[in-house]
Design a binder for this molecule. Structure first.
Ligand code: G6P
Length: 615
């Protein structure tokens, strides 16, 4: 949520900032802005409602010069998306420029105090208050430099932030700070690249420092990188090496990142299984479990917390853990869980699932669970992310960067990791016998190939999208392992096509949604041949009897449902628990083509953001 970039070095900052902002635009895209400072202290400041391209158009070819600059792409929290609320924000005297991702919760109180002291504010944002606060501290203390003043100011702030500040009186320095919102510093040869995540940095350097919570950093051409905690303790920066490859963050010939990411799934699932699923050795190797065997064997309960698509992965995992490991499982929305007073303690394992590893609610939930004595196992896609660093143990999904706002390959990679964990724990707890364990390994190993085969269904899904693109509502139904797939199918459709869609357990349809069914309502069923097949067939009959239009995902060779449905999409047979890895793919392709046909912005749907770092 909100993207931050910055540059300090010997190159022109402006082109680097624009390129970086475009890479980060998936984090928020309702306005954009930059501030560039030249060697002689001349600050150029431009902001615009809309995308980075709107900003460039507004600047109509003017290119600010200078080797120090900051840039921001916004996802509005305080105040509507407009030019005035766009970042960077300036201090009252115009000397400081600041960009911010996060929320200053006590901004109202701070604003009132500063207003009483004569500060005038132009925007509705919490961010403008922060830059005035730093200015006030610099002026009053007469001697505190930007670094110290920022540190002191942040001690008065409640909330979440990643910030970058520059001062016109010092064109060779930038000050940064973070609390609960990510910030990465790329270390080049006599130059520094700042960003909310590593995607804008990777093409310049692989050496990065992840700023930790409550740390304030100064980068200076004269003195390098210095970090102190907000309470003024010195911190030695730890440089880590990025493993990301530049191709993974480019479209590679596809029209949209989402389509590229859908098509990457055979590879991303294989990457996720590689080295873990050891078919020849008939074993699963996962350090996060192998190092804590006793804990997983004796666990009283698993609590899964997540948001959005990751929460749907958690729901599927609930069925897996119950089936394979016979352990009680609760799946919770992180945002609800964190504000309850849940009964947690030793013997509970909290599994946090997050693509970005930065979702504010999920992060808060794991902190609470840690305080109460639970072991936290993180499943994240972004290497080095906050959740991965704050978990006791965990597993990366290795799906590679996911840029499209609608999650696709990260979801299936989460399912693959969760399947590995559930199967491994099932064996540890002696629920799965050797035969079933080995059969599951073989099935899991065959998933990438079956996903690849599904890609050939794209033309059929395009036809279905054409047929139903005029719909205003849609229903997605499934049972058992495929109930969460129905939820995910509905979420995908609504988030990128803006067609109202609801997912339901198929049997629950009778308790309300059935009232909506008429000859205009497309009803998407997952009706694969699993334990619930006959029941789902009955549900299809009920919809058909009321004139609903039926589109069904079925197991290859199915005749019964094919006779009832207007359209069917076949998926290969696999173990019931692994079907979601297949049945979810047609829904991704359907939503994608529906959104394209409706001329929606597929990769950046309105009002959404990829990484939700505010609660
Ligand atoms: C946002 C994204 C979703 C994602 C959710 C949770 O809403 O648009 O795609 O599922 O956040 O994000 P996480 O990074 O924690 O998986």
């Amino acid at each position: 949520m909100c993207g931050i970039v910055g540059y300090l070095g010997n190159q022109e900052a402006f082109p680097l900032l624009i390129k970086g902002l475009k890479r980060l635009e998936y984090r928020g895209y309702d306005s954009a802005g930059i501030a560039v400072l030249s060697e002689d202290g001349n600050l150029k400041h431009h902001r615009r409602k809309g995308k980075v391209d709107d900003l460039l158009e507004h600047m109509s070819g003017s290119v600010p010069t200078g080797n120090l600059g900051i840039g921001h792409t916004r996802w509005a929290t305080h105040g509507p998306p407009n030019d005035i609320n766009a970042h960077p924000h300036l201090s009252g005297n115009g000397q400081l420029a600041l960009i911010h991702n996060g929320i200053i919760e006590n901004y109202n109180a701070l604003k009132e105090t500063l207003t009483n002291r004569g500060h005038a504010f132009y925007s509705d944002t919490d961010t403008e208050v922060l830059v005035h606060l730093i200015e006030e501290i610099m002026q009053k203390s007469q001697g505190l430099d930007l670094f110290e003043a920022t540190r002191v100011a942040l001690n008065e702030v409640i909330g979440a932030y990643a910030i970058a500040v520059i001062d016109t009186s010092n064109p060779n320095e930038m000050v940064l700070a973070r609390k609960s919102s990510p910030l990465v510093i790329g270390i080049g040869d006599g130059e520094y690249f700042i960003a909310s995540d590593a995607t804008p940095i990777i093409e310049y350097t692989k050496n990065v420092v992840y700023l930790e919570d409550e740390e304030v950093a100064r980068i200076s051409l004269a003195d390098g990188l210095k970090i102190r905690t907000a309470s003024n303790h010195r911190v030695t920066p730890i440089v880590t090496e990025l493993e990301m490859a530049i191709e993974t963050i480019e479209k590679g010939g596809y029209e949209h990142f989402m389509l590229k990411e859908i098509h990457e799934q055979p590879r991303s699932i294989a990457d996720c299984l590689r080295g873990r699923l050891r078919l020849g050795h008939e074993s699963i190797r996962m350090a996060g479990i192998d190092d804590h065997k006793e804990m997983w064997t004796k666990a009283n309960r698993l609590i899964i917390v997540a948001c959005g698509t990751s929460w749907h992965a958690g729901l599927i995992a609930e069925y897996m853990f119950e089936d394979f490991a016979r352990v009680p499982v609760e799946v919770e929305y992180a945002s609800e869980f964190r504000y309850r007073n849940p009964v947690i303690g030793e013997g509970d394992i909290l599994i946090a699932i997050s693509q970005s590893g930065e979702t504010a609610d999920t992060l808060a939930a794991i902190r609470m669970a840690k305080e109460k004595g639970a072991h936290v196992f993180g499943i994240c896609n972004v290497v080095g992310s906050s959740i991965s660093r704050e978990s006791h143990s965990g597993a990366y999904t290795h799906a590679g960067p996911e840029i499209g706002v609608a999650s696709t390959k990260a979801f299936t990679a989460q399912l693959a990791v969760l399947a590995l964990v559930a199967i491994r724990v099932g064996r540890l707890r002696q629920v799965l016998d050797e035969q079933r364990f080995n059969r599951l390994l073989v099935e899991l190993n065959g998933i990438p190939e079956k996903v690849e085969a599904l890609m050939s269904k794209e033309p059929e899904l395009e036809t279905i999208a054409e047929e139903f693109k005029g719909s205003t509502n849609a229903l997605f139904l499934g049972r058992g392992y495929n109930f969460p797939v129905a939820l995910e199918g509905a979420l995908k459709l609504k988030e990128i096509s803006y067609i109202h869609a609801e997912g339901y357990p198929a049997a629950e349809m009778k308790h309300g949604p059935i009232a909506l069914i008429d000859e205009n309502m497309p009803v998407f069923f997952v009706a694969t041949q699993d334990a619930h097949y006959d029941k789902v067939v009955s549900n299809i009959q009920e919809v058909k009897a009321r004139g609903g239009r039926i589109i069904a995902i079925v197991t290859a060779g199915d005749k019964e449902v094919a006779n009832m449905a207007e359209f069917v999409i076949e998926v290969h047979k696999t173990d019931d628990a692994l079907v979601p890895l297949l049945s979810t793919i047609p829904f991704q392709l359907l939503s994608y083509h529906m959104a394209v046909k409706l001329d929606r912005n597929v990769d950046q749907p309105r009002n959404l953001a990829k990484s939700v770092t505010v609660e």
